[in-house]
Design a binder for this molecule. Structure first.
Ligand code: SF4
Length: 417
């Protein structure tokens, strides 16, 4: 994809599992063929930035040699499977879902009919371990639960664990067939309405869960499972899952430098299990890093990385903006960093300020207390809305934005929901 700083190449790495050696290969490729920067997306994909038409063929060869290249773009696109970040390592998980993920990806790629799915149509497989994917949306989700007869998956359509509609249950070995059946039903029925259903949530709303199950040739079942698993607010810093110690590291706005990944690869090999695990939470997990080592790393890494849920940079969401995106006219990352402290003053947790390069709002579609939308080098202010909503003030510079946020923080009644 063409962006403001060159071509962007998406790397869809199965299970988000990156052995330390692969991380070093990727950092080397990013330095040689790109501009040395990566983004970690909300779908756990690594995106290499700053490629050129000239450097792309050599990168393609390199990715093929690393086994990261699909046969064609349609196969890569349909292989949109998000998995529990600690798959196969987490002692609290109900099963090792790595074979399930591999089989599902293979089944999606091999069925050419599924290549017609919309590019963002995605699947999710949750092993019921930590960190939970309950808050992450997907078109078709499989969540492991225990039955008297072993482990099964609750199958849901369109949304996160609370909003998605229960469709059926299945055994681990049935996941691929059930996923294909629901995806084919989506393709068959998405145009039966006043307007095409763009994603599974819209079709599930239109048909209802029972009719959707029938359309897919499945028996409707609702296992009445409660989403009562402990949800860490964020998997950053040092934490444990059962007996597995984990160290979670975030980068401001999900932007990583090649040397960051190389450093994490060294840490993973020296102090952990030799793997980096990508998450949809803009964090990379290093399983096996003990709390003692994590405490030292926290001190060493705190400036460049986000290693604590208290980090004020977590109060601000920002898209790449200018110059990385051709649509941007403002340096969103720099502006967001300058606003982080005062943004945290609005509320002790969550994202309070969204700095968007334009009205497209790529970094965040949800309403935010304060949204600042770049336009002609300055910002428009939207309160309690999205980047696409009408602004209440226009043409703000950085000092004016800080003053607005301070005013809202001082007048707590004035903080929009
Ligand atoms: S919101 Fe606008 S400026 Fe920001 S990344 Fe998206 S298109 Fe680019």
């Amino acid at each position: 994809m063409q962006t403001g700083d060159g071509l962007l190449v998406r790397l869809r790495i199965t299970g988000g599992i990156i052995p330390a050696r692969l991380a070093r290969d990727l950092t080397d490729a990013a330095r040689r063929f790109g501009n040395g920067l990566f983004d970690l997306s909300a779908r756990s994909n690594l995106q290499m930035r700053g490629l050129t038409e000239g450097s792309l063929p050599a990168l393609t060869d390199r990715l093929r040699a690393l086994g990261l290249l699909d046969d064609d773009p349609a196969a890569e696109s349909v292989r949109n499977v998000l998995a529990s970040p600690l798959a196969g390592r987490d002692p609290t998980a109900l099963l090792d879902i790595r074979p399930v993920i591999h089989a599902l990806e293979r089944g999606l790629v091999e069925d050419a009919a599924l290549h017609a799915l919309p590019g963002k149509f995605g699947f999710l497989v949750d092993d019921a371990g930590l960190p939970s994917l309950a808050g992450v949306s997907a078109d078709v989700r499989f969540e492991a639960f225990r039955t008297s007869d072993g482990v099964a998956f609750a199958v849901q359509a369109g949304g996160d664990a609370r909003s998605a509609r229960p469709v059926t249950t299945c055994r681990p070995e049935e996941v691929t067939d059930v996923a294909r059946a629901l995806a084919l039903a989506f393709l068959a029925y998405r145009n039966n309405g006043p307007s095409p259903a763009r994603r599974m949530a819209a079709l599930a709303d239109r048909l209802g869960a029972q009719a959707l199950a029938a359309a897919a040739g499945l028996t409707w079942r609702d296992p009445f499972r409660q989403s009562d698993r402990p949800l860490p607010v964020t998997p950053l810093g040092s934490w444990t899952s059962g007996k597995l110690p984990v160290f979670g590291v975030g980068a401001p706005f999900g932007r990583w430098r090649a040397e960051d990944l190389a450093d994490l690869a060294d840490i993973a090999e020296r102090d952990g299990l030799g793997e980096l695990r990508l998450t949809p939470f803009r964090a990379i997990l290093l399983p096996g890093v003990s709390p003692d080592v994590a405490a030292r790393l926290t001190r060493e890494l705190a400036d460049g990385f986000i290693v604590s849920a208290d980090d004020p940079r977590l109060a601000v969401a920002a898209c790449p903006g200018a110059p990385a995106c051709a649509n941007g006219t403002t340096p969103t990352h720099e502006d967001a960093l300058a606003l982080a402290e005062v943004a945290r003053g609005l509320s002790p947790s969550g994202v309070t300020v969204h700095v968007s390069g334009c009205a497209k709002g790529c970094a965040r579609q949800e309403k935010t207390a304060v949204t600042l939308v770049g336009r002609d080098g300055r910002y428009d202010l939207v309160l309690s809305g999205t980047a696409a909503d009408a602004p209440t003030r226009t043409g703000l510079g950085r000092a004016e934005m800080q003053a607005v946020l301070r005013g809202l923080a001082n007048d707590r009644q004035g903080i929009p929901a």
